[in-house]
Design a protein around this ligand. Structure first.
Ligand code: F6R
Length: 241
């Protein structure tokens, strides 16, 4: 495990983007696993700036996203497909056919989950997975539970996650209560994992994930077992360590 401590969110975004930029430069046809939420927005801004400066070429990159709200159409402005198009895909030279986000409106959720897991395997697995962490320790939407779920699945969001994510919706009643998410197997099989964590409200989850017992009650704790895991976190997120 490697920890990169940054002064603030801006520096975190720069350092996180550099890790991804290095991956793209070393392997232009990389498979990137991507995340949404507030934490990676600055990383994407830096990647877009590097693309615009002529440094980064996304033409051979493929991406798979961690998760998508169940029931939201890709055109919904809070869907994760919309988020990815807005923050990254529409601003770089990536072939959209090479970007995949779970389909939150699939008619058969089981088939969608199996097809998503299979797709990740078929393209050769993830080179670098970018993730955030929930204030309750979730990764992707693998919520605290009494067991780890391996493959892509439909997850029931916890009350804490609904509360945390209501800031993106007009009211808490409109936050979807389920999501399709990569499982722990897909995240752990990524050849490298980069987590970005910012702010005081992540400090407990970061501490529990990094130094606590490895337990499905704190899904992020599984990353202690990952052979190539980097945490990029600001002082506030690291304040309990
Ligand atoms: C998003 C995801 C979630 C978020 C987490 C933190 O694709 O999988 O696990 O990373 O909820 O969200 P923010 O960054 O908004 O605090």
């Amino acid at each position: 495990m490697r920890i990169i401590k940054t002064k603030d969110y801006n520096e975190l975004s720069l350092r996180g983007a550099r890790l991804i930029a290095a991956q793209i430069l070393v392997k232009p046809h990389s498979i990137l696993g991507l995340a949404t939420g507030s934490s990676p927005i600055g990383v994407y801004e830096n990647l877009v700036a590097e693309h615009q400066a002529g440094i980064l070429d996304f033409s051979k990159i493929r991406t798979v996203n961690l998760d998508e709200y169940w029931g939201l159409d890709p055109s919904h402005d809070q869907s994760y497909r919309y988020f990815m198009d807005f923050h990254l895909f529409d601003k770089v030279n990536i072939n959209k056919e090479n970007t995949r986000v779970p389909n939150g409106k699939a008619s058969n959720p089981q088939e969608e989950c199996e097809a998503y897991s299979q797709y990740i395997q078929d393209i050769g697995g993830i080179d670098l997975q970018l993730i955030g962490i929930g204030s309750n320790g979730h990764i992707g939407f693998n919520e605290p539970a009494d067991h780890f779920t391996c493959g892509t699945h439909v997850a029931e969001l916890t009350a804490q996650t609904l509360e945390d994510n209501k800031r993106f919706f007009p009211s808490i009643d409109q936050v979807p209560t389920k999501a399709v998410t990569m499982g722990i197997r897909e995240i752990m099989q990524a050849r490298s994992v980069v987590m970005v964590a910012s702010g005081k409200n992540k400090a407990q989850a970061v501490k529990d994930s990094l130094t606590g017992k490895i337990t499905p009650a704190v899904p992020g704790s599984i990353l202690q077992l990952h052979p190539n895991f980097t945490l990029v976190a600001d002082e506030e997120a690291l304040s309990l360590l």
